[in-house]
Design a protein around this ligand. Structure first.
Ligand SMILES: [Zn+2]
Length: 356
């Protein structure tokens, strides 16, 4: 019955903003631009993934039993076999989440955070390792999402904090290896966020919400990749899933070199669907070549349409289409049509290797 899921339709309605319709064309802002594809080409709806999927990048979107039940229903409809929830939490907060999600032990796996208490004070380390061991005993099976964009770990404002290659983190990374806990780490951010917010910024419409160009003193994009490399080198037994294509979707050649050099490095595709759909052939070649090192992830809530958008991008040959909201810059989407073998690796097999 699988063919029924690929339902070609040739009519689609996209929301058109009322504003702008009467604006003289020379006054239309890029921000208001809502083009509708005029091409008479196939539009493919994929509501369920071709193969069973493990989503390795979500957050604790469900906070009640009812919300959790709805999420499980949605997973069933979409073909999501299992979801990894990156709670980033420790202590009582982690325990409460674990308690809630343990209603579906085969459908969810929870990862904890690091206890950052007194992170930048002398003596940091042993207590954090103890808390990691405790979370493991409760049921945590990985760590994440550890996010570091240039200011240092756990820093919301000023730069100068501790980065993952810091010697004070060594015992934590080593404990992850010892316990068999993979780590989801968010290193740097999209390259567009570090560039000047001007007429030449290719990703301006998205980057402006996440901009880092206005934060003096932070470690830049290249510096963050260096930090990741030093961390990978120092902890070869620790499995790192550096999410969002390691924020190197703009330079997949460099990402390939890192994957070649560090067998303990994996990546996920979460939150980078607009970028993938802009360079579909190169991205597809990359996903085929590095199948076995890339996992499926979403990072975009629990919306039915959202799952379908990712399946369409990965499985079909659709071209020049628009997805609004979290999926879009001012680029159009073009799908990747990955091979069955690459899809199976991406959707499930590689995740199973990481999750053991
Ligand atoms: Zn995330």
């Amino acid at each position: 019955m699988r063919f029924l899921r690929l339902l070609p339709v040739f009519a689609v309605t996209l929301p058109l903003p009322a504003a702008g319709q009467e604006t003289p064309p020379e006054k239309i802002l890029l921000n208001d631009f809502r083009p509708v594809s005029i091409f008479k080409i196939p539009i493919t709806e994929v509501s369920k993934a071709r193969y069973p999927v493990i989503d390795l990048h979500t957050h604790p979107y469900a906070q009640t039993r009812a919300q959790l039940a709805t999420w499980v229903e949605l997973m069933d409809l979409s073909g999501i076999e299992k979801t990894i929830v990156l709670t980033g939490a420790v202590g009582a907060k982690f325990d409460a989440l674990y308690q809630l999600y343990s209603e579906y032990p085969r459908r969810f796996q929870l990862w904890c955070g690091f206890d950052y208490t007194a992170l930048e004070e002398s003596g940091f380390g042993p207590a954090a390792v103890k808390e990691l061991e405790r979370c493991y005993r409760v049921g945590a099976r990985g760590v994440g999402e550890i996010s570091v964009k240039g200011r240092g770990l756990n820093r919301k404002t000023q730069p100068g904090g501790i980065h993952p290659d810091d010697v004070r983190l060594d015992p934590l990374w080593e404990k992850c290896a010892e316990l068999g806990m993979p780590v989801n780490i968010h290193i740097a951010d999209g390259i567009w966020d570090y560039e000047k917010m001007d007429i030449h910024n290719d990703g301006l419409m998205d980057a402006v919400s996440w901009r880092l160009d206005n934060q003096p003193g932070i470690v830049g994009h290249a510096g963050m990749i260096d930090i990741l490399e030093r961390t990978l080198k120092k902890h070869p037994r620790t499995i790192f899933v550096a999410c969002h294509f390691v924020n190197l979707i703009h330079d997949l050649k460099l990402l390939g070199q890192l994957l070649d050099r560090y067998p303990n490095l994996y990546t996920d595709i979460s939150g980078r669907f607009a970028e993938m759909g802009t360079i579909p052939r190169f991205t597809a070649q990359f996903c085929e070549k590095y199948a076995g090192r890339i996992v499926y992830g979403t990072d975009l809530g629990t919306d039915k349409r959202m799952y379908g958008i990712t399946f369409r991008l990965l499985e079909t040959l659709d071209e020049h289409y628009y997805e609004r909201g979290e999926f879009n810059n001012h680029w159009t989407m073009n799908a990747l049509a990955l091979s069955d073998s690459a899809l199976k690796h991406l959707y499930r097999d590689t995740a199973l290797k990481i999750l053991k």
